[in-house]
Design a protein around this ligand. Structure first.
Ligand code: HEM
Length: 581
């Protein structure tokens, strides 16, 4: 409702503004043209004595200019009062919060390159408590840190909070993906795609992950031989890029052995540009949103990279269909793209509710949706898992006792020689200390900090607070994961916090690195499997140790919605046989 009103009002403002500008420009053009022609005419008429013609023309243009200016000033004034009124939204609801800037709201703090969003939210929490409101442009966000309310939004009242807030710019193909789809269509697509990430299906992609993890060990080994310092952030980005590229796009890239690989660099560039000034403009000035969406799609390197992936995946789909028809298909592609294609072809018969007749069967996912989702798995599976692995490596290198205990568990389960070991889902699931270490790393450094947001589809009541339809609700993962009431001594790395007994007694919303409820992360099993296999293989072969470039306290940044190590994470790796195991 609020969003609709905002949209309606801003459209009204836009029309007035555009009209005002057109008239103004028209007026200016008239002045210039009439000045010019009059000047020419005047030079001639001066000789013949008809100077009054120029004055008559000037009056007309002067009039138009006046009307244009008046309209412009009126629409600016309207915009100003409208924004002032909109910014009183939280005050009217009795929700505290920081004072918004007239144009940017509080977006200048949350989207500022020199401030870190999690620090800003720490300050706001200290000042306003567990529930407060802020604005990005004119979009209202209410931050809800109370765990019962979190559970209400993500699970109990999910039917009221199905969608994420609409994006600043509606970029294709994002709006066709699980991340961007809304309401009924999201539900349908999620139902079709979910089995792709089931435990049984994960076994299929095991061998791709194992092969890529072996390359990781080889790459780290090369650095270890020369005793080089290693930026593990870059190394793990290579791993996750290769895994997800092969699994989701059938794209073979050698980005682990070739850190300057073009595909990997394009992906990095894409994510860097996801927070560019064009997006800021679209958020703060809805008037130019549609134009900017076109500019982004056609002219920006991001758009071109996306298009190249769309073309590539469409090519693979066509090829696989042709192969199947001609009977030459390789039966075991074993990747996510194949699973998506199979899921989409599980045709279903729908009954028309109105007359009870059975409608013709249809393909459950269109090709556009298969491609869009394969593309979003690339984005979802690249940076997040690389970040998780990087923080884990950092914490293990700086906590030798934990690393040793983990190594002992790995050695007991996986045996002494791990070089060519194919670690499967079942084995990995039995490694309980590995699970504790990974969960604690995800608590201390949740890779995704600003993405668990929902838009209220109807009015809701959260505790004492009335939340009108259209309000965006944000769950502050970082603050929850570092709340001393939930996690004593919250900045200490202690995997024992994930002892089953302690876990049982904790609020289910106290640990939510993957979100929670029906719209939580779809790739959780994939991410866990990939990260655990990579860590297991790496630690069986190498001991991670800090080096001169290792930061005592990591410098973090939040360029979009993820939590990144700003300057990478530099460590050394020592071959296990060379050290006392
Ligand atoms: C450690 C790694 C990862 C973390 C920490 C992570 C975190 C998250 C979070 C916080 C959300 C939002 C959940 C919510 O709104 O409640 C999300 C959504 C999502 N993630 Fe992940 N993710 C990870 C890996 C992956 C991988 C590997 C994939 C795919 C291969 C993936 C695919 C998705 C998708 C498709 C969604 C949107 C789900 C929907 O709206 O239905 N993620 N993820």
């Amino acid at each position: 409702m609020i969003q609709q009103n905002i949209r309606k009002a801003s459209r009204g403002i836009q029309i007035t503004l555009v009209f005002g500008l057109v008239v103004l420009l028209d007026g200016i053009l008239h002045v210039v043209a009439s000045q010019l022609s009059s000047w020419i005419f005047w030079r001639e008429t001066w000789v013949i004595g008809k100077r009054w013609t120029f004055l008559a023309n000037w009056n007309v243009t002067h009039h138009l200019l006046g009307v244009g200016l008046a309209l412009l000033i009126a629409s600016l004034f309207h915009n100003y009062t409208y924004r002032r009124r909109a910014y009183r939204f939280f005050r009217r609801l009795g929700i505290p919060g920081p004072k918004p800037h007239l144009i940017k709201g509080n977006g200048d703090k949350m989207r500022n390159h020199s401030l870190v969003a999690i620090d800003v939210m720490d300050q706001w929490k200290a000042e306003f408590g567990d529930v407060y409101g802020y604005f990005v442009g004119m979009k209202p966000y209410v931050v809800v840190g109370d765990l019962d309310m979190v559970q209400q939004v993500l699970i109990r009242d999910f039917h009221k909070f199905v969608n994420r807030p609409a994006m600043g710019i509606e970029i294709r193909p994002v709006i066709n993906t699980l991340v961007g789809l809304r309401s009924h269509r999201w539900k349908e697509v999620r139902r079709v795609i979910s089995p792709t990430f089931s435990t049984r299906k994960m076994r299929k992609i095991n061998s791709i992950i194992n092969r890529c993890a072996d390359i990781l060990v080889e790459v780290v080994g090369k650095h270890a031989e020369t005793r080089n310092e290693i930026d593990f952030y870059g190394v793990f980005q290579g791993l996750t890029c290769q895994v997800i590229g092969e699994c989701a796009l059938d794209t073979k890239v050698d980005c682990q052995r070739q850190p300057q690989d073009e595909f990997l660099n394009s992906l990095r560039q894409f994510l860097k540009q996801a927070n560019n000034p064009i997006i800021d403009l679209a958020i703060y000035f809805p008037l130019v949103r549609e134009i900017l969406a076109v500019v982004c799609r056609v002219a920006s390197p991001c758009g071109q990279f996306t298009q190249s992936i769309i073309d590539k995946v469409q090519g693979v789909i066509n090829q696989r269909r042709e192969d199947r028809l001609s009977g030459t298909s390789t039966p075991n592609h074993g990747d996510i793209l194949q699973l998506l294609m199979e899921a989409s072809e599980n045709r279903q018969e729908d009954t028309d509710d109105t007359d009870g007749r059975v409608r013709p069967t249809h393909q459950l996912l269109t090709d556009d949706e298969i491609i869009a989702n394969a593309w979003v798995f690339l984005l979802g599976g690249f940076e997040t898992t690389a970040n998780a692995l990087t923080y884990c490596a950092y914490l293990l290198a700086t906590h030798a006792d934990v690393q040793q205990k983990l190594y002992e568990e790995l050695r007991d389960y996986l045996g002494e020689s791990s070089g060519d070991l194919e670690t499967d889902y079942n084995t990995i699931s039995q490694l309980t200390y590995l699970d504790k270490v990974f969960c604690e790393a995800l608590r201390l450094f949740p890779p995704v900090v600003l993405f668990v947001t929902r838009e209220a589809a109807e009015d809701a009541q959260l505790g004492d607070f009335h939340i009108p339809a259209g309000t965006n609700v944000q769950i502050p993962i970082w603050q929850i994961h570092h709340d001393p009431k939930l996690w004593p001594d919250p900045y200490r790395f202690d995997p024992e916090r994930f002892e089953p007994e302690l876990k049982k007694n904790r609020h289910p919303m106290a640990w939510i690195p993957f979100g929670s409820g029906p719209r939580s992360c779809l790739g959780i099993r994939f991410a866990m499997l990939e990260a655990k296999i990579a860590l297991a293989k790496l630690l069986m072969n190498y001991r991670l140790v800090p080096c001169e470039r290792t930061e005592e306290k990591l410098t973090l940044s939040v360029p979009t919605v993820t939590l990144n190590p700003k300057s990478g994470v530099w460590l050394k790796a020592e071959k296990r046989e060379q050290t006392s195991a």
